[in-house]
Design a protein around this ligand. Structure first.
Ligand code: NAP
Length: 282
């Protein structure tokens, strides 16, 4: 079964659009997302354009704050402080990675937790760890949405997450744990990666290494979520999973493109609507 992230994202976007309409009718306010991009890293520009476009498609107002690479940490801090104080802005998305010389941790901490629609502020990540309601980082939230949409059974299953980044691997492992999967996290110091991946009923890969997971590394009947986005020399996109050799072994698999990618944007807008609702109704 191909897990069609594009279709699931469309469903989520439809729900967000309806939610935006409802909130506007109740409060007269349009949820507003500020997108901040520093520098001209080409993939980041593509992601920002996609986020702005998708926001407009569901009626979320967007403001772009695009700066050259020379923006100083102090200037970035001042911008974030002004967006925090602006009651018309409900969500702030700081496109990562920041340019070299900018302190990413400091910048993330400078975003008001209630406007942190990426869910990366330590307060929100801490809430996730505590099992309390919080803003869930968009990509892991998208992975869970796909699994749920297609009815994946998680309780008691062996889940293996390859990659331990703050953005994807760690929060995803936490979400799987919260759903009572038995979770193993792998990374570059993992001694025998295949030994772990072959045990996985649910295998989630977010390593950023094109096609590193091959059919021989996957259990027959596994559900495979491929988060990786890698640009090949040919210019084509490839995931971290070798789709061709894994497809025949897996029961279900996300393609790249058209899997997790569209979900990330949809979950960002879902988080933005939820943030606006919390701020307007508190
Ligand atoms: P990251 O910060 O570079 O983290 C990569 C993680 O993978 C690290 O924890 C690293 O281990 C681990 N890793 C790398 N090579 C490995 C190997 N050979 N064996 C085992 N573990 C390995 O990357 P990220 O931000 O999490 O992103 C991961 C991938 O997902 C990238 O391709 C990125 O483009 C993609 N992504 C896609 C979306 C989307 O919307 N589809 C969103 C975010 C990211 P160490 O910790 O030991 O270094």
């Amino acid at each position: 079964m191909i897990l069609d992230g594009k279709a699931v994202a469309q469903k989520v976007l439809g729900e967000v659009g309806a939610g935006v309409e409802r909130l506007r009718a109740e409060t007269g306010v349009t949820p507003t997302l500020a997108v901040v991009l520093v520098g001209d890293f080409a993939p980041s520009k593509v992601y920002v354009t996609a986020k702005l476009k998708a926001g407009a498609s569901v009626g979320i107002a967007t403001r772009d704050h695009l700066f050259p690479a020379g923006l100083t940490q102090a200037e970035l801090r001042a911008l974030l402080a002004s967006l925090n104080a602006d009651r018309a802005v409900h969500g702030i998305l700081l496109q990562l990675p920041l340019v070299p010389g900018c302190d990413e941790d400091e910048a993330i901490r400078a975003i008001a937790p209630e406007k942190d629609v990426d869910g990366l502020h330590p307060q929100n990540l801490g809430q996730l760890l505590a099992g309390a309601p919080t803003v869930v980082p968009c990509t892991p939230a998208g992975c869970m949405e796909i699994l749920d949409h297609y009815g994946a059974k998680l309780e008691g299953k062996e889940a293996v997450v390859v990659g331990r980044s703050r953005l994807v691997g760690k929060p995803l492992a936490q979400l799987l744990l919260a759903r009572h999967a038995t979770v193993t996290m792998c990374h570059t110091r993992t001694r025998d990666l295949a030994e772990h991946t072959r045990r996985a009923d649910v295998l989630c890969v977010a390593a950023g290494r094109a096609r590193m997971i091959t059919g021989a590394m996957v259990k027959e009947g596994a559900w495979v979520i491929d988060v990786g986005v890698n640009r090949l020399e040919t210019g084509k996109l490839a995931g971290d999973v070798d789709f061709q050799s894994v497809e025949s072994r897996a029961e279900a698999i996300t393609p790249v493109p058209g899997g997790v990618g569209p979900m990330t944007v949809a979950m960002l807008l879902k988080n933005t609507l939820a943030a606006a609702r919390r701020q307007l109704t508190k």
